[in-house]
Ligand binder design. Structure first.
Ligand code: PMP
Length: 418
């Protein structure tokens, strides 16, 4: 066991941000000579030493391809890979391990469902319902599907706070609606959507629900059975794990009935030139050599997050969000974008007369990393009549002092441009 693993295993203390920060080597970095203040956690999270060590250890000690060898190393790698799948299952509260498909990330998970379930169930005149706060990756795959099949993409709008207009839901769930695809938490606005209620409304009409959990899993405990959704997608890199690996959860009976996504090795039962039969789920959807190391290390990231506790993380981030909101909301010219009653970890804003990129650049000079742009959510920008926002997004290792530094830097922007 490495020192990082031991530090994790012995962690009994209540949430201790100073202690958590010690686990993240990158937080010791200087940026432009200033301590790094990393507030772009919605884009991607930094990695704790336990995750970095697990990656090195897997390649140094336990690596081979999976599901093929009769030799010890391959058996070990296969066991590690499948154990990681079971960790994901527990993390999401799924009933069965075979309901967990490893993919590249949220984007691939959504494309998989659109290509397989979607192509089979969405036909001419059928409808796919998305919401007005989706990331492009939960819009474009459905748009492509609708274009191909002659379907229609419909949109559940958002109000001025950035909350879904749920009173429109019943009218938008028509007899032609086949699937509703919605984010658990909005990456641009931070809105936490009432997924259970949405799923109930959809299921009453026989409509399937895919939840884009990219922004949720690092901030909220998720239980797919409690939510009742049919599909749930997330990315490893947003939950303190590696890039290149993510997860699609799908209810077993749906996955079983779906055609494969890609063809290749590892997803077949038998192949001949006349006919190929496919393997069982989830392998049917995992053609080719997967990101074995990524999956194994994602399991380690889940251990890390679980040991700290998502409830404690959520409470900490809620405090940071409240402080950051309080600190900038009344500054002259500042307009918050997204003021939903239920928000998580995201503070988007604009300042009248100052371009978002200029704000981002001034903050960067002080070592503060925020996102500036359309946040891969151009329809949200259009809804609020702006080209771009600045987004500060929080993770478990951010501190109140960092929020103060952020607020000071925003005030500096105002001084510089006024
Ligand atoms: N959905 C949401 C809500 C996101 O925030 C993101 C990442 N910004 C994605 C989907 C896409 O995730 P990935 O790029 O990891 O596939």
């Amino acid at each position: 066991m490495s020192a990082a693993d031991e530090s994790l295993a012995t962690r009994k203390a209540p949430f201790d941000v100073a202690r958590i920060r010690e686990d993240f080597p990158i937080l010791k970095r200087l940026v432009h000579g200033k301590p790094l203040v990393y507030l772009d956690n919605s884009a991607s999270t930094q990695k704790p030493q336990a995750v970095i060590d697990a990656m090195a250890r897997f390649y140094a000690d336990g690596y081979s391809n999976v599901h093929r060898g009769v030799y010890l190393l391959s058996e070990e790698a296969t066991r590690s890979f499948e154990e990681a799948r079971d960790k994901v299952r527990a993390f999401l509260g799924a009933r069965e391990t075979r309901e967990i498909v490893f993919v590249r990330g949220t984007t691939e998970a959504i494309n998989l469902v659109a290509h397989t379930w979607g192509r089979r169930h969405v036909g001419e005149g059928d409808e796919v319902l998305v919401s007005g706060l989706e990331h492009h990756s939960n819009i474009v795959p459905w748009q492509l599907l609708c274009e191909e099949k002659g379907g229609r993409l419909r949109v559940l709008p958002i109000d001025d706070r950035g909350e879904l207009m749920l009173d429109r839901l019943d009218e938008l769930l028509t007899p032609r609606t086949r699937i509703l695809a919605v984010a658990h938490i909005s990456n641009a606005l931070g809105t936490v959507n009432p997924i259970r209620r949405i799923v109930e409304a959809a299921h009453r009409r026989g409509v399937k629900v895919l939840v884009d959990g990219a922004q949720a899993v690092a901030h909220h405990a998720v239980d797919v059975r409690d939510l009742g959704c049919d599909f749930y997608a997330f990315s490893g890199h947003k939950v303190y794990g590696p890039t290149g690996v993510g997860v699609l959860y799908g209810r077993a009976e749906l996955l079983e009935a779906m055609p494969p996504y890609q063809g290749g090795g590892d997803m077949i039962r038998s192949v001949s030139f006349e006919k190929t039969t496919f393997g069982e789920i989830p392998h049917k959807f995992e053609a080719g050599t997967p990101d074995i190391g990524g999956a194994v290390v994602l399991g380690r990231a889940i251990d890390y997050v679980t040991a700290i506790g998502l409830e404690a993380i959520a409470a900490h981030e809620t405090d940071l969000l409240a402080r950051a909101t309080e600190a900038i909301r009344d500054l002259p010219g500042v307009r918050l974008i997204g003021t939903a009653r239920e928000k998580a970890s995201v503070l988007s804003f604009v300042i009248q007369g100052i371009h978002a990129h200029d704000i981002g650049t001034v903050l960067d000079a002080d070592g503060i990393a925020v996102r500036a742009g359309h946040l891969c959510a151009q329809p949200v920008m259009e809804r609020f009549g702006i080209p771009a926002t600045v987004r500060a997004s929080f993770g478990m290792y951010n501190t109140r002092e960092e929020i103060e530094a952020f607020a000071r830097a925003v005030r500096k922007v105002l001084e510089m441009f006024r």
